[in-house]
Design a protein. Structure first.
Length: 262
């Protein structure tokens, strides 16, 4: 059955009104017709079985049933991702959504290459949110992760949002760990050594990943001062678009639901 995404306010009195994008997709792309049955996820964990009534610029349908989909991870992972060049952020958002991330917080760092006006950043954020929506629909998630508008890393660190585990990926972590007591570099550790054996139910994990040039030493020191654990991921340097999804997969395998069921 075809799956679509709606927002909760589009359901009223047992009827659904699809937005313009979803209406276009079901009518012009899939060429569905009145009487066809589809699934509509509201982005908050509920999935509705809907019989289409009208198909056109604004498609509508009648709710036949509702179910709660158990597709969300027991851990809430926030990816704090420095914005990379080109369209790499779209790949990061897509893969992270498929891996069950709760939200993506794009940040601007000392080595962020792209410089845009605030309005254009908001446009980028809306595009990334659409990517998350499509990825959630494709992988069967009933919850669409939130993708925020980019803001300076310093602002995100200053907010000091509650978390049970904060990890900052840094390619210099392993060198710092080997150098031990050297005071000119913040100490680091391996990812494996930094992970606890267990986390509390509904644990919140924050993961910070730098851009292509990596985080600056000052940014790493600032993160560490606010309780972030500085970690490396082995002898190989991961690309900016690879690092976040790779570590999310590790965290989901360790604390979440990756590999459960099937």
């Amino acid at each position: 059955m075809r799956r679509f995404t709606i927002t909760p306010e589009r359901i009223a009195g047992g009827r659904v009104v699809f937005d313009r994008d979803e209406s276009h997709h079901l009518s012009r792309v899939l060429r569905l017709q009145s009487g066809d049955t589809v699934l509509a996820a509201d982005g908050t964990g509920h999935e509705y079985t809907v019989r289409l009534e009208t198909v056109g610029a604004r498609a509508t349908g009648t709710v036949l049933g509702v179910a709660t989909r158990e597709t969300e991870s027991p851990v809430q992972i926030t990816l704090v991702q420095s914005v990379p060049k080109g369209d790499k952020m779209e790949s990061i958002v897509r893969a992270s959504t498929e891996l069950g991330v709760a939200q993506v917080v794009p940040v601007l760092t000392a080595r962020t290459v792209i410089a845009l006006e605030p309005g254009r950043w908001r446009d980028r954020a809306r595009r990334w949110q659409r990517v998350a929506k499509e990825a959630a629909k494709q992988c069967g998630r009933a919850v669409v992760p939130t993708v925020h508008a980019p803001r300076p890393l310093a602002d995100v660190l200053a907010r000091d949002e509650p978390a049970d585990l904060r990890l900052c990926l840094w390619e210099g972590a392993m060198t710092a760990a080997r150098q031990g007591g050297e005071q000119t570099r913040p100490p680091g550790t391996t990812l494996a050594a930094s992970l606890p054996h267990t986390l509390p139910p509904a644990a919140r994990i924050h993961l910070l990943v730098g851009p292509e040039g990596g985080l600056s030493q000052g940014e790493v020191e600032s993160a560490q001062a606010r309780g972030w654990t500085i970690v490396g991921v082995g002898p190989r340097t991961l690309r900016a678009e690879t690092a976040g999804p790779a570590i999310i997969a590790v965290l989901q395998a360790r604390f979440g639901d990756l590999g459960v069921g099937g």
